[in-house]
Structure formats: structure tokens, C-alpha cells
Design a protein around this ligand. Structure first.
Ligand code: AMP
Length: 259
């Protein structure tokens, strides 16, 4: 590969996937007080893939960096990235402002350009607001190709390209793109490793670069374009019933006029 890889992994701190989200009283979003937060699961997969590429391709990978845009508390998530083998991490403090995908993509574009990044590996979606927008918007702003919903990533070192197998409805599609490239990860790409205590302790000694939206991204327009009007809980589901035979099932379906 003519150019060494400089990989950026954007990671978001979200309500833990094992917690059932509840809508807040103001109906403007999900309740966040007293709730466990973790790295967005798709981003954990992106971190794992990045570390695997580094382990497999050695000196071809010049640098790996994780960035989280949001709250100070995302430091824990970033420390975990360091413990897993990411070289450096940055936190963009937005105070209490929650940025929408376009604004996040603009901040990421700025980082990509400043850090000479040529490969972005990120989650296909953040499980808190399920936008599934940021990767596509970032690729659009950078005018880079994108390979979304990756189930397999193969770096073709000799060709300066990456082959990505994508999960699509009813099957898989394999695409190839030259660098630079944005990849978004799907669940089947890998199983993230467990971080042991010794690595976590070592990571505690490593620095976290602290940036602020206000000062370090003053020239990036993060004005919201979306207004959230309301957030609703889903309709409660009717409880299910058990039937003793296929005949009874067929009768019940006929009674419900679905057969
Ligand atoms: P979304 O478009 O919000 O569903 O998010 C898709 C992906 O964009 C996530 O999986 C992350 O990799 C990245 N992302 C979104 N928001 C942030 C954020 N605030 N900080 C870092 N990365 C983010």
C-alpha cells in the first residue's frame, strides 16, 4: 500500500444496550438520569476491527485514533478504547449540547482533515436515537466513497484498497474501494474483545486530548437543522396466548381475520 493507514474511529457514549430506554417526562428524548451508559455497541465493533487491522498489518497502520463528541463523561469510553489498543483518543466537549448527525459529521470532517485520516471506521448507527445518518453524511461531506453495514473488512495492502462485504436484504454484497474511505460496521463484523484490568490500569496513565466545540471547532457550523417535536413510547403490546394444537392456532387466526 503506497500510503500508510491513518484510521479514525468515532465512538459515542450511549445508554447501555441492556437497559430498556424510557421517554423523559418532557417527551423530548430518553431519560438519562440514573441510567448506565456504555460505548455504542456498533462503535465497539469498529474499535475491535481497527485494532485487528493494526495487529494484522503492523507498520502499514501509522496511527489509530478514537474520538467522542459530547459529554465529559465519555472519557470512560475513550479509556476503554486505549485499553483495547487504540493509539490516541480525543474528547470534544459540547457541554450539555446534543449534536445532531450533520453537526457530528461536520466536526468529524474537520478532524479527518486536520489529522490526515484516510480511513474512518464507525458504527452504522447509534442505538440511542437510531439515526443511521452520520457515516453517510461524513462520506458525503468529504466526497469519499462509503461502504456501509460491513460484515467483513479486508485491507488489500498491495492495492491501497479495502474490500468490504456488506449485509443487504436477503444476502451479502462485496464492494472494493480505494482509500480514502468511510466504513460503517454491522453486528456480524466481529466480537469485541474483553478488556482486562491490567490493560485498563495502563490506559489510565495515557492522556486524553480534551477539545471543546466552542474553541477548537469555532469555524464549524453546528447549528441544529432538526427540531424534535416529541418522543413517544411505543404502543403497549397485547399479551400473547398459548395454544394446544395447530387446529386451535388456525381457528384463532381465522377468528382474528388474519387467515
Ligand atoms: P447515528 O448516525 O447517530 O446513528 O450514528 C452513527 C455513528 O456515528 C455512530 O455509531 C458513531 O460511530 C458515530 N457518532 C454519532 N454520534 C457521535 C458522537 N456524538 N461522537 C462520536 N461519534 C458519533
Amino acid at each position: 500500500m503506497s500510503k500508510p493507514l491513518r484510521i479514525l474511529v468515532p465512538v459515542k457514549r450511549v445508554v447501555d444496550f441492556q437497559i430498556k430506554p424510557r421517554v423523559n417526562k418532557a417527551l423530548t428524548g430518553i431519560e438519562t438520569s440514573g441510567v448506565k451508559f456504555s460505548i455504542n455497541p456498533f462503535d465497539d465493533i469498529a474499535v475491535e476491527e481497527t485494532v485487528r487491522i493494526k495487529e494484522k498489518h503492523g507498520s502499514l497502520v501509522e496511527h489509530t485514533q478514537a474520538v467522542s463528541i459530547g459529554h465529559q463523561k465519555a472519557q470512560d469510553v475513550l479509556r476503554n478504547c486505549l485499553a483495547k489498543g487504540i493509539d490516541s483518543v480525543s474528547l470534544v466537549d459540547c457541554k450539555d449540547m446534543e449534536l445532531e448527525p450533520l453537526a457530528v459529521a461536520k466536526v468529524l470532517k474537520n478532524i479527518v482533515e486536520k489529522q490526515n485520516i484516510n480511513l474512518v471506521i464507525m458504527g452504522k448507527q447509534a442505538i440511542d436515537d437510531d439515526f443511521n445518518n452520520t457515516g453517510q453524511m461524513l462520506a458525503g461531506l468529504l466526497k469519499w466513497p462509503q461502504a456501509t453495514n460491513a460484515a467483513k473488512v479486508e485491507v488489500l495492502a498491495e492495492e491501497g484498497a479495502v474490500k468490504v462485504t456488506r449485509e443487504i436484504d436477503g444476502g451479502e454484497e462485496t464492494v472494493r474501494a480505494s482509500l480514502p474511505l468511510v466504513i460503517t460496521t454491522d453486528l456480524r463484523l466481529n466480537t469485541p474483545r474483553y478488556v482486562g484490568l491490567p490493560n485498563l490500569m495502563k490506559a489510565k496513565k495515557k492522556p486524553i486530548e480534551k477539545l471543546t466545540l466552542e474553541k477548537d471547532f469555532a469555524d464549524v457550523d453546528t447549528t441544529p437543522r432538526l427540531e424534535i417535536l416529541s418522543v413517544q413510547e411505543p404502543e403497549p403490546k397485547e399479551p400473547g396466548i398459548k395454544v394446544d394444537s395447530v387446529d386451535e392456532l388456525v381457528q384463532k387466526l381465522k377468528d382474528a381475520k388474519v387467515l
